[in-house]
Design a protein around this ligand. Structure first.
Ligand SMILES: [Mg+2]
Ligand SMILES: [Zn+2]
Length: 257
């Protein structure tokens, strides 16, 4: 596709990027718990997802309570987050694409505002991100990390606190209300919950699933089974930020630095 400058001054192509295992090499939630709590405590907290059938946010609220009980407050938590390595080459990918005036980058993640903002700040990526859609979190007066749902939704397949399809749909609708339309949408992610927004994409759009993770397996199963509606977008797998950037330049028809 030939890309041209935006008629509205904003992006004509939209990148929807997941955070954990896509930008961040690790799962931010379990990294923080494992960095600051004993192995036994962490295993017990994480196991409650199966044993108690807790939704992920409940698991994490219990994790944050355990951090508070152990007197792990803001500085320690933020320091732990800042130690997480980014996926190789991903900072360069975001910088290169984010510098293009016609590309808009949003993050859609089931992590939280505190973790994502800390890691983006540390790697100086904040200026390239147009919006972060994630669960709000903050430290209260006692230094306790509080976590809230991103929104409510009626999707049957997503966690109760976040559906990335709803995020993308609302974002597209807002864009249309402002008199614009994206020429091309790219969904970049690794996880099972990155599949839901892919169902909104058209033949002109592209899904970039990370090799070896759940999203690509889901897409492969889907293409074989024929039971569910197939996704219409093209699928371009990637391993790290370097090969992602090379593929992105090709499919988006961009000449980036
Ligand atoms: Mg992920
Ligand atoms: Zn959903």
């Amino acid at each position: 596709m030939q890309s041209t400058e935006s008629d509205t001054g904003r992006g004509r192509c939209l990148l929807v990027i997941d955070f954990d295992h896509t930008i961040s090499e690790k799962n931010t939630d379990s990294w923080v718990l494992r960095s600051l709590l004993s192995e036994d405590t962490v295993e017990k907290i994480l196991a409650s997802r199966q044993t108690e059938k807790f939704p992920w946010q409940q698991v994490m609220r219990n994790g944050f309570q355990a951090l508070y009980n152990k007197n792990c407050f803001k500085d320690q938590i933020v320091n732990a987050i800042e130690e997480i390595p980014l996926v190789n080459g991903f900072a360069k990918f975001i910088e290169s694409v984010g510098k293009q005036s016609h590309c808009e980058i949003i993050i859609a993640s089931d992590s939280n505002t505190v973790f994502i903002e800390a890691l983006l700040r540390k790697h100086k990526l904040v200026p390239y991100i147009d919006h972060v859609f994630t669960n709000p979190a903050n430290f209260d007066n006692q230094g306790h990390l509080r976590l809230f749902p991103h929104h409510s939704h009626s999707c049957k397949t997503c966690e109760p606190n976040i559906c990335k399809q709803k995020i993308l749909r609302q974002h597209m609708e807002e864009r249309e209300r402002n008199g614009g339309k994206y020429d091309q949408i790219f969904v970049i992610g690794d996880g099972g919950n990155d599949f839901c927004p892919c169902k909104l994409l058209t033949e002109n759009d592209v899904i970039f699933p990370r090799k070896g993770y759940r999203l690509i397996k889901k897409l492969e199963r889907l293409s074989k089974s024929g039971d569910e509606e197939p996704v219409l977008a093209s699928i371009v797998p990637w391993e790290d930020g370097e090969d992602l950037l090379a593929s992105f330049k090709q499919v988006a028809g961009l000449r980036l630095e």
